[in-house]
Ligand binder design. Structure first.
Ligand code: HXC
Length: 522
């Protein structure tokens, strides 16, 4: 090495040794702000600061993967631990201002390492996604790191809560990373998920479609069911993520949080008046969310997947200060029938509650599975079986209240005693039967009906149906066969649910069979 070469090398080393990392971090933040704010988005670190308690975030290797001396400021993802309401959580946030937030080897290493640490520390993991996907320049290596992230996420699934916020593009196979987590939150603007973008779609199929229609937040919240919450903006998305954590434990082996609860006058009045919300005529619709809000602490209900498969309502609330998962038929949409999508929505939620130790409270008012060729072709057998699989494998407390009607297969699957409920109750006027009175008399009294003149058939059938309804379609038979534990006046619903849940707090959740896993209809 010549003398000038030696000098140049020494100067380069000296330059590296004297790097002012704080100044570089400030410069990187400024660059990111210009880049992101111009697109109407927050930066990765602004998002983290908003998600965490102030000053609590500790970042791993901010400059890992960069070369500050060359002006290349870190990798395209920030990872670290922070706290939310004092609870430790792991967070990764993709930084779109660096190489479009894309994922190469370093980003892959950082994210898998973070999920690994979250598993080791047994804490929830939040992903804030904003990325062009696999970094094209790194080719198959980038793809491979997605594979490793997927595998890590599978390992974490059901062990620690995983929550994804889509705060920018999420393209290609990268979408499966959030899809594997428990909750996907998308703000209305600047949030897109698609396996193939509009340009590729046009080239392959000729279909011309906008980014929003293909993979926007409204589409994924109301049509595909990929997303669990449609946020107004990034702030609302982060608020919702924090709210979800209020109901979830740190990991599956820990208790869910508990809150002090003293019922207010409003709570007591709402609980007493719940019967007034439900019309006596079983064909009249009502909003079951009002019923739920009347029964839970302070009327606070955090709904999940509000805009998709709307004949079922799912979400979190507290009863006597303890989080529960609530599943309720929604008579306001398709009369509360169970269809393929409602089945999948219910099943995934019940599995989530069971994984994280939340009791499942089911409010039943269901006429049955939605009949028809369309549903059969859509796989109502295969997809409807998911609800059975979810309830049938529940180890958490399951408490069911039939408020108005519960017919046929839907009766069984919606948290009946047969499928595994610990307690099942019914309101005094509840209708529980294999099928409605009209259908039953058409089968049971077919010969009698055939014997009357045609012009009298309609009146005669109605008379038979009314008789059948009065004699057979009530909860008494279910009480006598042990399928219903008790008839409960609507005004006593909340107290009954609360005391049932209290009595189940120490329920033994041990698994009985030694197997790798069951093979449910995924
Ligand atoms: C490398 C990329 C990139 C990528 C974006 N960039 N995507 N670099 N690999 N996949 C770079 C851009 O070149 C640009 O760099 C910077 O990131 C910002 O991107 P822009 O296009 O300027 O931003 P914007 O207009 O907001 O558009 C964002 C976008 C678009 C919609 C994400 O960039 C896009 O369509 N990218 C490709 C998306 C995609 O198809 N990805 C591959 C998915 S396959 P400069 O230097 O100009 O600032 C995949 C497989 C996963 O992910 C496999 C799992 C099994």
């Amino acid at each position: 090495m010549t003398a000038p070469e030696k000098t140049a090398k020494v100067e380069k080393i000296a330059a590296k040794a004297s790097v002012d990392y704080d100044a570089l971090a400030a410069a990187a933040d400024e660059k990111a702000q210009k880049f992101q704010h111009g697109k109407g988005k927050m930066t990765a670190r602004e998002r983290i600061d908003m998600l965490c308690d102030e000053g609590s975030f500790v970042e791993f290797g901010r400059f890992f993967g960069g070369d500050p001396a060359e002006g290349f400021l870190g990798s395209a993802v920030a990872t670290g631990f922070g706290t939310i309401d004092g609870r430790t959580v792991a967070i990764y946030a993709q930084d779109f201002s660096i190489r479009g937030g894309t994922l190469g080897k370093v980003e892959g290493q950082k994210i898998t390492d973070l999920i690994d640490r979250a598993i080791a520390e047994r804490v929830p993991c939040f992903g804030l996604l904003d990325s062009g996907g696999a970094r094209i320049q790194e080719g198959v290596a980038a793809l491979s790191w997605y594979g490793r992230i997927f595998r890590k996420s599978c390992e974490a699934s059901g062990f620690i809560p995983q929550i994804s916020l889509i705060l920018g593009p999420c393209a290609g196979g990268a979408v499966y990373s959030p899809a594997l987590t428990d909750f996907v939150i998308m703000p209305r603007e600047n949030s897109h998920m698609f396996v193939t973008g509009p340009d590729v779609v046009k080239a392959v199929t000729g279909e011309q479609i906008s980014l929003d229609d293909l993979g926007g937040a409204e589409m994924h919240n109301s049509v595909s069911g990929v997303a669990h919450y449609l946020a107004e903006d990034e702030e609302d998305a982060i608020d919702y993520a924090r709210a979800l954590l209020n109901y979830l434990p740190q990991n599956c082996n820990e208790e869910t949080p508990s809150y002090d609860y003293v019922p207010t006058k409003e709570d007591l009045e709402a609980a007493r008046g719940v019967g007034d919300i439900v019309p006596a005529d079983n064909r009249m619709p009502y909003d079951v969310v009002e019923v739920i809000e009347s029964l839970v602490d302070h009327g606070e209900f955090v709904e999940v997947q509000e805009h998709w498969a709307r004949s079922i309502v799912i979400g979190f609330a507290c009863i006597e200060g303890k989080p529960v998962g609530i599943v309720a038929d929604q008579p306001m949409h398709n009369a509360g029938t169970l269809d393929v999508e409602a089945s999948e929505k219910t099943a995934r939620f019940v599995r989530c509650c069971d994984a994280f130790g939340l009791p499942v409270v089911t409010l039943v008012d269901v006429p049955g599975y939605l009949p028809g060729a369309e549903q059969e072709r859509a796989g109502i057998i295969r997809r409807g079986a998911k609800v059975i699989y979810a309830y049938g494998n529940c180890t958490v407390p399951v408490v069911t209240m039939i408020t108005r009607k519960s017919y046929g297969g839907a009766y069984i699957v919606m948290g009946s005693k047969g499928i595994g409920a610990d307690f099942a109750f019914a309101w005094p006027d509840a209708e529980i039967a294999v099928m409605g009175a009209e259908g039953a008399v058409q089968i049971l009294r077919r010969r009698d009906i055939a014997a009357v003149p045609d012009e009298e058939k309609a009146d005669y059938t109605k008379q038979l149906a009314d008789e059948y309804q009065a004699e057979n379609i009530n909860p008494n038979f279910s009480v006598e066969t042990g399928e219903i534990d008790r008839i409960v006046a609507p005004a006593d619903t909340r107290d009954t649910l609360a005391s049932a849940l209290r009595s189940l707090r120490t329920k033994d959740r041990d698994r009985r069979h030694f197997k790798f896993h069951s093979n449910g209809p995924l």
